[in-house]
Design a protein around this ligand. Structure first.
Ligand code: C2E
Ligand code: MG
Ligand code: MG
Length: 595
């Protein structure tokens, strides 16, 4: 880059003529100095002006004139023509008319520099207007401008948006991009005609222009508006968006709820096109929620959203391709240490994303009302795998499968299970009582009439019903009196925090077990991880235990492999033994029985 000798620099800088000296460095136009006259004309101190120029001056240029200037600059830089252009430049009080002329300077060392003078003609007022009309200095340039609103269009943004973003950063500000969309524009058009729709778009342009006076505002395709501005803080954004819609509603001739917007607060590396993508995705996530007029993009929320989409879009595939598999966790009778049953737990092993845990995909499937597909698939797999268990010489212990209350809204679950019971051939192998449906206490307490009706039906057909996660939240003991269940699973949180709050959980567990006993309901403690927990639960008469201390969830092959290995001494509970225990639980203790 050319270095001005300091005396020469001072000489040029002190001049009253408004000009800038540039150097063309392999196609990049670098400003080297500005004159006092130019600083004065722009009303910006020298240092800041240099920074602005450095980051690209074009964005102050009227969109109609930007194309011509770019062309003229290229021609001049290539020495193909003179630089002599009229353009409009944006100032605080609106556009000023400027006449720019370029000269070449040949420095002593042979470097060639361009000196561009800028004469502000706005002071000339009417006189200039006549001149302008006579010589057609300015004409509408539809390439860079939206004819309806007069705003810059997407061509303009593609060319100049990044310069504006850069300028904001140079100024120490955080750029933000707002991408908006009119709510039900199509409906508005149908209702009030195209010209009504056009009026609405012009109104929106005006409102945004007024409320975001420093922004680079443009209109994209259809009813999209796009603006770049300094991020003023979340509260101010909220206020501005609210006010925008208030003014749109107040000014529109027809009824409208205004606009919705995706907003991106730009990180240091993000460019314009990336910001637009993110803003669109934030906008999309608002969906049809009319209570929200905007959403600020966040990387985390976005990742979450795409993870959710992945799960929803790939559920069928994951089921068909067996990416989702059944894992079995052994459940032990605490008194004898024998394995009494299994719980079937879903595992999603994705070829592209690795393991997706139930904690991630179950809530998503629930939110999108797809859980019944998973639960019925799990039931079917469990029943199909009975054959493998049998031929490996494994006793056919009962298996519990988790269901959600929601499943019962979409399918008649008793009918579906009954049909699977026959179609898989399970009816030839096990009694229905070895097939268990687990429902969480929360679902039980909030389920619909139809749901409870189906549960009743299931039990009357002979299937078992277990209450999962009992005591996990807002449990109430009246669940016992309202619904018939075969067993309650004490929630993991109780089991794992026995000593919290002076051991209150120990007392709660004792009380629950004694009520369950009085009602003839079996008890199971989940999440047993230590010997101490196991000992306590055994001592207070909990019937069954499930936890990493004893068994982890594993696929059937693993169980079969362990059973086949010589060292395994299997201790399984027989159906007859289980029956005995169940019956003794079902017989309430005598009033004078100390247990
Ligand atoms: P859940 O039904 O209460 O299942 C018990 C969960 O506790 C399982 O987690 C199990 O792996 C875990 N667990 C067992 N023992 C221990 C222990 O000692 N310590 C600890 N920290 N955890 C233990 P998992 O498999 O991640 O499943 C989480 C939840 O996802 C399940 O809770 C269940 O509500 C749901 N879920 C899993 N598979 C299915 C399914 O096929 N259908 C439905 N609707 N829900 C399922
Ligand atoms: Mg469960
Ligand atoms: Mg549970």
């Amino acid at each position: 880059m050319y270095q001005f000798p300091s005396e020469l620099r001072t000489f040029y800088e002190s001049m009253r003529i408004p000009f800038v000296v540039y150097q063309d460095l392999e196609g990049k136009i670098i400003p080297l100095l500005v004159s006092d006259g130019f600083c004065e004309q722009m009303e910006v101190p020298r240092e800041k002006l240099m920074k602005l120029l450095d980051s690209g001056q074009f964005e102050t240029i009227h969109p109609d004139d930007a194309g011509r200037i770019l062309q003229a600059t290229r021609e001049f830089a290539a020495h193909r023509s003179r630089y002599d252009v009229f353009f409009r430049s944006r100032h605080a009080d609106g556009y000023h008319n400027v006449h720019a002329v370029g000269y070449w300077l040949n420095m002593d060392d042979g470097t060639e520099l361009a000196l561009l003078t800028y004469q502000n003609l706005s002071a000339a007022g009417e006189e200039f207007k006549e001149f302008e009309e006579k010589y057609h200095l300015f004409h509408q340039d539809h390439f860079y401008r939206d004819p309806l609103t007069g705003l810059p269009n997407l061509n303009y943004m593609q060319e100049f948006a990044d310069e504006r973003i850069h300028a904001l950063r140079v100024d120490g500000k955080t750029p933000m991009v707002i991408y908006s969309d009119v709510n039900s524009m199509q409906f508005y058009n149908n209702q009030y005609g195209f010209s009504g729709g056009n009026d609405l778009l012009c109104l929106i342009a005006d409102v945004l222009n007024k409320l975001f006076p420093d922004a680079l505002l443009s209109r994209g395709a259809d009813d999209h508006f796009l603006l770049i501005d300094a991020f003023p803080g979340e509260d101010e954004v909220a206020r501005l968006m609210l006010e925008t819609n208030r003014q749109i509603r107040a000014g529109a001739t027809g009824n409208t709820t205004g606009i919705q917007a995706g907003i991106v607060i730009m990180g240091e590396k993000m460019n314009f096109l990336q910001a637009i993508d993110h803003a669109k995705s934030a906008l999309k996530r608002i969906g049809s929620d009319l209570n929200r007029s905007y959403r600020i993009y966040s990387q985390r929320a976005d990742d979450e959203y795409w993870n959710q989409r992945y799960i929803i879009e790939n559920l069928d595939k994951a089921l068909n391709e067996r990416w989702i598999r059944v894992f079995y966790q052994g459940i032990l009778r605490l008194e004898t240490g024998k394995t009494s049953a299994f719980e079937a737990l879903a595992r999603w092993n994705d070829p592209f994303r690795g393991t997706i845990s139930p904690g991630d995909f179950i809530p998503v499937l629930e939110r999108y009302h797809l859980l019944y597909k998973l639960d019925l698939y799990m039931m079917k797999q469990v029943l199909l795998e009975l054959g493998d268990r049998l031929s490996a010489g494994l006793p056919l212990l009962p298996v519990s499968v988790n269901f959600s209350a929601q499943d019962f809204d979409y399918r008649n679950i008793p009918e579906e299970i009954e049909s699977l019971y026959h179609s898989t051939g399970a009816d030839q192998l096990i009694p229905r009582s070895n097939i268990i449906v687990e429902i969480t206490e929360q679902d039980m307490a909030t389920g619909t009439e139809n749901f409870h009706e189906q549960l009743k039906q299931l039990r009357s057909m002979g299937y078992c019903l277990w209450l999962d996660d009992f005591g996990s939240g807002y449990s109430s003991l009246n669940v016992f009196s309202r619904f018939d269940v075969d067993l309650i699973k004490l929630d993991m949180a109780l089991v794992q925090h026995l000593d919290d709050h002076n051991g209150i959980n120990r007392e709660i567990i004792k009380a629950m077990i004694s009520i369950a006993r009085a009602l003839g309901i079996e008890t199971l403690a989940e999440g047993i991880e230590t010997e101490e927990q196991k000992e306590f639960l055994t001592s207070v008469g909990c019937d069954l235990g499930q936890g990493f201390l004893m068994r982890r969830p594993v696929p059937l092959e693993t169980i079969l492999f362990i059973v086949r290995s010589d060292s395994y001494v299997g201790r399984w509970e027989s159906n007859a033994e289980r029956q005995q225990f169940v019956e003794s639980a079902a017989r309430p203790p005598e009033p004078d029985d100390p247990a």
